[in-house]
Write a protein that binds this ligand. Structure first.
Ligand code: GDP
Ligand code: MN
Length: 387
């Protein structure tokens, strides 16, 4: 789960990580008022769960309070397009007013979970404002990377190595170390999966400040953080994913046009691979789970069929704990309820496979049958067309 910049900055403040004063404005008058409080100038920032807002017109400098009100009006409700949103962009529903900082240097800092080393890892670079992927490609020597031992936590020595790598010195060096220590505590205590501070800035006054903040959380740990759950913004999540999560389905929307209904995450990955291998493109990842009910299967199939970008569906079930007849009934019930307008190919194997096939063939629905996974993938790609 991700949160907005203004929410991330509230968390930073709780953990005494330096960040500029800033508040959400609810109307233009409030934007004007806040800007007055900040000495007559402010940065007006669109709140969406995507980066690159600056270049897309979602971060603007207000030179006086009237200008802040004007920028607020233009920003609220706009469809903001950045290189991370896709062409349709995201609607701006919240506008944040930030106290401007005089920047001396812009740096990059991220905490993430490195799966290779199974450790929380710091990535820091002197190239703030730039994408870390681009820095990694062009100037790998400018990145400081430190893996943190979970038993020991971030050591003073490691924090100093990062601060040194960022080129900090004197007072800023000390402030940088404190910043890192506090941010690490936030990361661990709140079960974050990623914290990106881009840019981290050294101000003209020598302070080390998070000018932007993106925080992502481990969904599997959300149950123990009601305060974090309360920050969830469903507007920022794909509608189908929100719907699927209500039924305990593991669903991720993708760009392709072949809907996939599969049980087991590994099988779902394998199914996506084989669709790609045969020239098609999956519209989603879906694991209906091991012991899903007929109702969950029905809802999964309904969610897939309702997606207008889905031009065909591949159902691939390996019955283990999951029984093929339950899947077949779920598919048939969903199909009868909303109708099937696209080709569907089903491949069933395992527990109760004969009953499952019987239910499908007696349903009167026009379903393709895959003899095996390869055959099923070929048939659905042939029916839908290559990507
Ligand atoms: P992003 O484009 O979505 O990553 O949004 P950011 O919050 O990172 O803002 C984009 C850029 O605006 C930053 O990299 C800064 O260069 C600039 N910016 C944002 N806030 C301030 C500020 O308070 N003072 C100054 N001078 N520049 C700012
Ligand atoms: Mn940024």
């Amino acid at each position: 789960m991700n949160i907005h910049e203004y929410q991330a900055k509230e968390l930073l403040r709780q953990y005494k990580v330096a960040t500029p004063d800033g508040r959400v404005a609810h109307d233009a008058e409030e934007a004007r008022q806040i800007t007055k409080e900040y000495g007559g100038q402010s940065v007006v920032k669109a709140q969406i769960h995507a980066g690159g807002r600056g270049k897309g017109g979602g971060v603007k400098f207000a030179t006086d309070p009237d200008k802040a009100a004007e920028l607020f009006k233009a920003m609220l409700g706009m469809q903001l397009v950045t290189k991370q949103t896709g062409a349709e962009g995201r609607k701006v529903r919240t506008v944040f007013i930030s106290d401007p900082v005089d920047i001396e240097r812009e740096l990059y800092l991220a905490f993430l979970v490195d799966r290779g080393s199974s450790r929380v890892t710091i990535m820091a670079s002197t190239e703030g404002g730039m994408d870390i992927e681009e820095v990694a490609e062009k100037f790998p020597e400018k990145i400081t990377k430190i893996a943190i031992d979970p038993a020991l936590g971030l050591s003073g020595h490691q924090a100093r190595t990062v601060a040194f790598g960022l080129g900090l010195s004197g007072d800023a060096f000390k402030k940088g170390v404190t910043f890192l220590m506090n941010l690490y505590r936030l990361f661990v205590e709140k079960d974050c999966s990623m914290v990106e501070i881009n840019p981290l800035v050294v101000s003209k006054h020598g302070d080390v400040i998070a000018l932007d903040a993106k925080i992502g959380f481990d969904d599997n740990a959300l149950f123990r953080h009601p305060d974090v759950q309360a920050m969830r913004d469903l507007h920022e999540e794909a509608e189908e994913e929100v719907e699927a999560s209500k039924f305990g389905l593991n669903f991720i929307k993708l760009d392709g046009n072949i809907g996939c209904m599969v049980n087991g995450a590994g099988l779902a990955m394998g199914t996506m691979d084989i669709i790609k291998y045969h020239g098609g493109s999956p519209a989603n990842f879906l694991d209906v789970g091991g012991g899903a009910s007929e109702e969950a299967v029905k809802n999964a199939f309904r969610i897939i069929l309702q997606d207008p970008s889905v031009k065909g569906v591949l159902v691939n079930i390996f019955g283990g704990i999951m029984r093929c007849d339950i899947v077949a009934n779920g598919v048939v019930n969903a199909a009868k309820e909303i109708g099937i307008k696209v080709p569907v190919v089903v491949r069933l194997e395992g527990t109760n496979v004969e009953e499952g096939k019987k239910i499908l063939s007696e349903s009167g629905l026009n379903l393709g049958v895959g003899q095996n996974l390869k055959d099923a993938a070929e048939k659905i790609v042939a029916a839908v067309g290559k990507a």
